[in-house]
Design a protein around this ligand. Sequence first.
Ligand SMILES: [Fe+2]
Length: 264
Amino acid sequence: MITHYAGLQLQTVSLPSVRHFYHEQMRFPIAYETDNRIAFQPTPHVTLTFVEAYEPVTPVHIAFEVPMSRFAEAAAELRKTQAVIQKWPDGKEIDVFETGENIYFRDCDGNLLELIAHRYLKEDVLAPTGPFHILYLREVGFPVDSVPAFREWLRQLLGMKLDKVSDEFTFVIGGTAHAVVVSKRRKWIPVSMLALPPKMEVTLGVSSYAFLAEVKSLLHMQDNCSFSETGTGLRLNKDGYTLHLTAQTAFDPELPALLNLPFS
Ligand SMILES: [Fe+2]
């Protein structure tokens, strides 16, 4: 099974700007830094990497899960940074929805970030990290031409679960990882941001090498996805997105169920 997002790599036109935003403002520890890339460690289980590229930046949407009991504190902490909080059309910053609360903000590159908390989540399972009490990277947005085609590909190949299914939007869920699969024609809330497909590489943790072998045998029967084997897993290319699958993580595959996530 897919267990979690282990990594996300994005492009940037300014490494010092992302260093300032993510390290000095968000206080994410730096995992490593070279001449053309910088990697942050928002939690021990995920790496957020920015690579310098001579190309326009297309903004991504990502969300970090925080415990419900620490959400107000995390939102207050966010207001102390230079992050631009993205208000709803009626002026509110925090949305209270059926199962939780969230707040959206932009980074120095215009990426649309979110802190989100859910009431159903068990809080004594995973230690929160840093001043924003981040538990894990929950969401990565995937704007696509066909939501049904992309979600079915993820469901059949990787055994992911589906929620809030429509032709324009679907959550495709594996462990704590939620792929927000949206139509390119649907704009991101709450600021009607056009859903351009970002240039990104997404690393998904998997539960075992046996699971990787199953995925590989399914890939041999497909002709709509190119893939290659890497030192630690598989690299897939689909609809302009690169997905890495890796079994080399310290993330306990039992954690999503222990967290009481509905699809685990
Ligand atoms: Fe979101």
